[in-house]
Design a protein around this ligand. Structure first.
Ligand SMILES: Cc1ncc(COP(=O)(O)O)c(C=O)c1O
Length: 457
């Protein structure tokens, strides 16, 4: 298949046009077609509508193009054992997952004796973390949560999780699915850089203490909207006082703790009871590749479910399926291992640093610009801003940002995203790939300015 280098970043076509183009692909017929014909069909009908993550103009989300070493491992997994359900189906896969998890615990400087499990996504990693936290709480109250569930607690309505107001919505999913309901998620205010404001937290917690029983606090190490890293030590201290579990959601941000200049932001990581991480966000490994780390290896025993034919009790071999729910599980460890070995940690860190530097440089440049309002000082690789043309009415600014976002996406030359911070609609630039440079993002800013002028004329 031809390389797409001359094509736009994507077609920019509306859903009706994309559907019409794709229709022939799902015309399932009695007879098959040759791979050559299939190739042409895909090239003409599908590829124009796929997004080019490798381009310097891709500034919208956490998607990544394949890293060479990762691709190598992914192909081997596909060819041999793409599933590592347990020892019976892939002894090498099960053991590599085990060893890789432990090596990563060391790499991130987690607590000695910590352990990891591979997951399908950050969403599920967060969910399992909250389950473990609840289980732990139940143990302290003298019952087995896996048997009794929520009804074991004298008043389940008191149970609460605290997290930043900017925490990822997967926490809402988690409390819903655990039967706690969204009301159990109590949000903490953020400071001007959108990190949990530790000075306001104390007051909030003392108000909360009378009414609620906080069993888990979540620090987001790299929020989805702004990439802000919540301060871990004050949350760890609050957990100590409350007798609560500390979870760090590092789905997006944890990778940046490997970059020496960024490491101080992650101080206190070793205090966490659990940490989630998504290598599929900026490592160039195939989706899914997520991990949940726990502080004590035994923590995973709370997840174990034995089956007579499948995971019988008392077997000594490593069995990934005893640490997290899926029984059919992808061999996500292999592409991660081959990628890290192929590049070496030095190159990994260099690649992670490039988009971070690009966003820092951009923020410095934009600080002085009168028509740009920066919404925060960036901690990692995300910058949110508003274009604020001189004299433009405040109450129409959100509409302006939205229209600019829509136009940029429809042009198909570059991408940007949009989010809401408090009640303001803002534009969001994300740099995850090493091919994104400050200049490529500045071109997006020029484009925003051009569209703001067009909007007003
Ligand atoms: C901070 C954070 N947590 C959790 C998630 C969920 O991860 P996943 O998309 O892998 O389910 C995301 C996704 O962007 C995220 O940014």
């Amino acid at each position: 298949m031809k390389k797409q280098s001359k094509l736009p970043i994507y077609s920019g076509a509306p859903p009706e046009k994309v559907a019409a183009d794709l229709e022939p692909l799902v015309d399932f017929q009695k007879e098959g077609i040759s791979l050559k014909t299939l190739s042409r069909l895909i090239e003409e009908r599908l590829l124009p509508h796929l997004m080019r993550y490798d381009r310097p103009e891709f500034h919208s989300m956490f998607n990544f193009f394949p890293e060479e070493g990762a691709e190598f491992g992914a192909n081997i997994a596909l060819l041999y054992n793409q599933g590592v359900t347990n020892w019976q189906v892939s002894p090498g896969g099960a053991m590599l997952e085990e060893l890789c998890g432990r090596a990563l615990c060391q790499l991130f400087g987690l607590f000695p004796g910590s352990d990891a499990t591979f997951m399908y996504s950050g969403t599920y990693a967060n969910q399992e973390a909250l389950y473990l936290a609840l289980h732990w709480k139940a143990e302290k109250e003298g019952f087995d949560f896996s048997r009794k569930g929520l009804k074991g607690f004298p008043d389940p309505a008191r149970l609460a999780v605290i997290a930043s107001r900017d925490a990822h919505f997967s926490l809402k999913h988690a409390v819903r699915i655990l039967g706690l309901g969204e009301e159990s998620l109590v949000t903490l205010d953020v400071d001007k850089n959108r990190r949990i404001d530790a000075s306001l937290m104390e007051q909030k917690l003392s108000e909360l203490r009378r009414k609620r029983d906080v069993f888990c606090a979540v620090a987001t190490a790299g929020t989805t909207s702004t990439g802000s890293v919540d301060p871990i030590p004050p949350l760890a201290e609050a957990c100590n006082k409350l007798g609560a579990w500390l979870h760090v959601d590092g789905a997006y941000g944890l990778a940046y703790s490997l970059v020496p200049e960024w490491k101080p932001l992650f101080t206190g990581l070793e205090l966490a009871d659990s940490v989630s991480w998504d290598p599929h966000k900026q490592f160039g490994v195939p989706i899914p590749s997520s991990l949940l780390f726990v502080r004590r290896r035994e923590d995973f025993e709370r997840m174990a479910l034995y089956g007579d034919y499948f995971n019988p009790e008392g077997q000594g071999e490593p069995n990934p399926g005893l640490k997290s729910p899926p029984s059919t599980r992808p061999f996500s460890a292999l592409p991660l291992v081959t990628s890290l070995r192929y590049q070496g940690l030095k190159k990994v860190v260099e690649r992670l640093r490039l988009p971070l530097d690009a966003i820092q440089t951009l923020a410095e440049k934009l600080k002085e610009e009168e028509d740009i309002e920066l919404c925060h000082q960036p901690d990692t690789g995300i910058l949110c801003f508003r274009i604020v043309p001189q004299g433009f009415p405040e109450d129409n600014l959100s509409h302006l940002q939205k229209k600019i976002y829509e136009k940029i996406m429809a042009e198909g030359k570059r991408t940007i995203s949009m989010t809401k911070l408090d009640d303001k609609t803002v534009l969001r630039l994300v740099a995850v790939s090493p091919s994104v440079t400050a200049d490529s993002i500045l071109e997006t800013i020029s484009c925003v300015r051009r569209l703001a002028v067009e909007y007003q004329t």
